[in-house]
Design a protein around this ligand. Structure first.
Ligand code: 7TS
Length: 408
């Protein structure tokens, strides 16, 4: 399949940085936006802008239809069983914070939460804060030398005090894909909430929340060609029905009296205030765009690129590459360190050639502690990247290394 034609859809790829073509290898942080998404947002503001739920006029009804269509697309995209299970938030971070506050309603002192050492801070701190408020215990699953968790250790960790298991589907540093479908199966008969942070997997892997048997799932639109400012909180319907909302205001109520209020039905119950209207139009367009190419095709193409980049990086002397060596078990990102070159220096050298990669702790300080470092470099790929870009990146990397090897 020829992916080069899709580059035309992304206007930003025509940009020059310091006279060089832009090479965007920071897709794990956020992806670029195709015209289809940019146009959907502009079209919404130009032709449909109006608040929903409370507008009894044509424009408001049209706006509401766009919002509902967007949710329908999300429902199908992750194979949820009903539209009512899709809540819009500002992103993965807000979704995970919401989930922690929702589950606060069903935990008591001494209960245990199981996380892994590869979590993004967004899937650590909300649980730490919950643990502090409710006197809960946090347990972290260890990683092996390739950054893999062990289902056996998870089984050993689970006690009758375990209340929540929360983990990423794919790590934003290691790239490792966790066996969440197997874990969902394992937790099926247990009285444990299973929470999945799908921020890094949704852009790459087909998700089936029913097969995964997760109770909650979180992701952001901006990492899958959609706009910033919108993300998804998926929750099983019976749970969203059971728990009280965690944010309050307009749009989420049934009846309000001076001293009490009742809640709207799902999904409005969890969406206080004016919904994310233009963002929803953009997210809907992003899903249509990815569907038009086919997520399996994107995965196949980006995997080929990742395999190529991995093998080229491996040929460089004194390079440390983190995560699993098995490309099949990775999403398309590679995190590494060149011995003797600080990731920030490397990033600046690459930037001078128009190449964007990420350097630093990647919001995973506990993981970096385990890896024995405090800063790493990460190149992450998506559907518009090319083999030629990787060649240029590798060449620039080698030149940078040579410069530092000679300098010090
Ligand atoms: N979880 C994972 C696994 C992530 O990779 C990220 C963002 C988040 C949660 C938070 O997502 P947000 O959209 O709410 O910010 N990861 C990164 C990254 O790796 N570089 O920049 C953001």
């Amino acid at each position: 399949m020829d992916f080069s034609k899709y580059r035309e859809d992304f206007p930003i790829l025509k940009r020059k940085i310091s006279g060089n073509d832009l090479i965007f290898f920071d897709n794990g942080a956020t992806t670029q936006k195709p015209n289809q998404v940019i146009d959907a947002i502009t079209d919404y503001y130009k032709n449909y802008n109006s608040n929903i739920h409370r507008s009894v006029y044509t424009l408001g009804n049209e706006s509401e239809k766009i919002y509902e269509e967007s949710k329908q697309l999300v429902k199908e995209f992750i194979k949820a069983s009903s539209y009512e299970e899709i809540i819009y938030t500002s992103g993965t971070t807000e979704s995970l914070n919401f989930i922690a506050r929702i589950l606060e309603q069903d935990v008591s002192e001494g209960d245990e939460i199981i996380l892994t050492y590869m979590e993004h801070h967004a899937n650590i701190i909300p649980w730490q804060q919950l643990a502090k408020r409710k006197n809960l215990v946090l347990k972290y699953l260890e990683l092996d030398e390739e950054g893999r968790i062990s289902i056996k250790q998870l089984e050993e960790f689970i006690t009758d005090k375990t209340k929540i298991v929360s983990m990423c589907h794919a790590s934003n540093v290691l790239g490792n894909i966790n066996p969440v479908y197997k874990i969902g199966e394992l937790l099926k008969d247990k009285d444990v909430y299973f929470v999945v942070d799908a921020a890094q997997s949704v852009p790459h892997l087909k998700i089936d929340v029913q097969k995964m048997n997760c109770d909650f799932l979180a992701f952001s639109a901006h990492k899958m060609c959609g706009p910033t400012g919108i993300g998804v909180l998926y929750g099983k319907k019976h749970l969203l029905e059971k728990f009280d909302p965690v944010e309050f205001g307009g749009g989420m109520i049934g009846i309000v009296e001076e001293t009490l209020a009742t809640w709207a039905i799902l999904p409005d119950k969890f969406e206080a205030g004016t919904p994310l209207l233009a963002q929803a139009a953009g997210l809907g367009a992003a899903i249509k765009y990815l569907d038009s190419i086919g997520l399996e095709n994107i995965e196949k193409y980006t995997k080929e690129l990742t395999e190529y980049m991995y093998s080229e990086l491996s040929k460089i002397d004194n390079i440390e590459i983190y995560g699993t060596k098995n490309i099949e078990d990775r999403v398309s990102l590679i995190t590494f360190n060149l011995v003797g070159v600080h990731p920030h220096d490397l990033t600046s050298f690459l930037d001078a050639k128009g190449i964007c990669i990420r350097a630093g702790h990647q919001c995973t300080q506990p993981l970096l502690g385990k890896l024995g470092t405090y800063s790493v470099a990460r190149a992450s790929l998506y559907l518009y990247n090319t083999k030629e870009e990787i060649d240029f990146f590798i060449q620039t990397l080698k030149e940078t290394k040579e410069f530092f090897d000679n300098e010090f």
